[in-house]
Design a protein around this ligand. Structure first.
Ligand code: CU
Length: 125
C-alpha cells in the first residue's frame, strides 16, 4: 500500500510539478477569442506562483466549425504541460502555475490554433 502511494506521489511530482495550490504571487488576466490571446506576450519572474485567469470572448471553432461547444483552451507547452480546457464564451477559468522552468514557452489553444492565431509567448525570467 505504501509502495503504491509512493509511486503515485512520484508520478504526480514528475508530471505536474508546475501546477500548484500555493498562494499566488501575481495574477495574469488573459482574454482569448478568434483574434488570439490578449496579451499574447507574457513575461513572469522565475520561481513565482502565477494565477492565470483566462476568459473566452467567443466559442472559437464551435462557432461555425465542428460539432458541440468546446470553447477555447489555454495550454502551456512542455515542460509546463499545463492545460485549461473548454473555456466557453463568457467563462473565466483559472490555473495556478509555479514558474519553475526558465526560458521561452509557447501557449496555445490546441482546438483552434490551426485556424485562428491563438498562440502566445510566455517568458520566464
Ligand atoms: Cu481556441
Amino acid at each position: 500500500m505504501k509502495r503504491i502511494f509512493l509511486a503515485f506521489a512520484l508520478a504526480f511530482t514528475v508530471f505536474s510539478c508546475s501546477e500548484t495550490d500555493d498562494k499566488p504571487d501575481m495574477v495574469i488576466e488573459i482574454k482569448v477569442s478568434k483574434d488570439g490571446y490578449s496579451p499574447n506576450e507574457i513575461t513572469v519572474p522565475r520561481g513565482k506562483v502565477v494565477l492565470f485567469r483566462i476568459t473566452a470572448l467567443d466559442d472559437g471553432i464551435s462557432a461555425g466549425y465542428g460539432n458541440g461547444n468546446v470553447g477555447h483552451c489555454f495550454y502551456i507547452m512542455l515542460p509546463y504541460d499545463v492545460m485549461v480546457e473548454n473555456i466557453k464564451k463568457g467563462q473565466t477559468k483559472e490555473v495556478k502555475v509555479k514558474m519553475v522552468y526558465p526560458g521561452d514557452f509557447l501557449f496555445t489553444c490546441p482546438y483552434c490554433s490551426g485556424i485562428f492565431p491563438t498562440k502566445g509567448d510566455l517568458h520566464v525570467r
